[in-house]
Each structure stands twice: as structure tokens, then as C-alpha cells.
Design a binder for this molecule. Sequence first.
Ligand code: ZN
Length: 178
Amino acid sequence: MSLRPIHLLGSPVLRQHSVEVTAVDDEVRRLIDDMFETMDAAKGVGLAANQVGVARRVAVVDAEEDRFVMVNPRIIEAEGRAVAEEGCLSIPEIYADVSRPDRVVVEAMDANGTLYRKEATGLKARAIQHEIDHLDGILFLDHLSLIKRQMLMAKWRREHRDDVGYTKEVSGASARSE
Ligand code: ZN
């Protein structure tokens, strides 16, 4: 297993629509192992493959004492509405309230390629939706009003004007976010 650098806002891969995994083989399992390790080191509650530069439909979640991988996930039920603060490992130190369905049922494959369904509410439901958004090239900022988004983007640009690349090595010192 190895830690992989995390792509930050501005990296084109974060805006890519990730492709379906056709077979959960050893290469995909290696990716999953690395993603769990990287998410843990970065103290995240979720991580999508394109956040480590791989545009394939794989995401890991660790929320409410449930730790799982989703390969080719899709939401098959969604209901209710809740607002809560979100952050993102690809947009460090930027947080905002996001409104999402409060309960979802997701269908995905696990690391053995076995199809499963999972029902989730609260933080877990939020993390699942946040990660699936990533696979579609969507960031939590996209759920905000135009004004709020522009304000946060301006803050981001101010704080990152000296960045030389679009990735950062995981240090394990960041706050817990998705
Ligand atoms: Zn994220």
C-alpha cells in the first residue's frame, strides 16, 4: 500500500466524468487499498478515485463507524432534506453548508466485485453523495448559491496564489473532511 498525492481544486481530473470499472481486478484492489490509506492519513471521511488522479468510478467512505468501498456506485433511493457543513480533501480549509437528501440507498460493488445495497442517513448519506458527485466531476461548491461560491472561490484563490501544482502530499495534519 502507498499514500497517493491528493489533487486540489483546479486540477482538471476533478472535473472529469469518471468511467465505470469493468472488472474489479488486482489493480483496482490496489487502488482501493491506497485510497483507504490516503483517506486515513488525510483524516477524511471519504475519498473518490479522481481525487488521487484516477478517473474511474471508485470511492471509499469511513463514516459513523462504517468503512466501505463503492465501485460503480449509484443512488437508487433518496428522500428527505438536510443541511450540514461540508468540506473536501481537494479544497482544504473551505467549508460551507450544503443541502442534500437525508436518506439514501446506494447500490455498488465491493472489493470482490460483489453487488451490494446500503441504506444510509446523516453523515454517512452525505459522504456517499459527496463522493458520487466527485465521480461525476461535481464538487460541493457546485451546490451553493452563485454568490456564496464566488466568495469561497475568491478566498481559495487568495490562499493558493503561490501554489505551483495541483496536487499535495498527504501529511496527515489536515482536519477531517470529505
Ligand atoms: Zn470531496
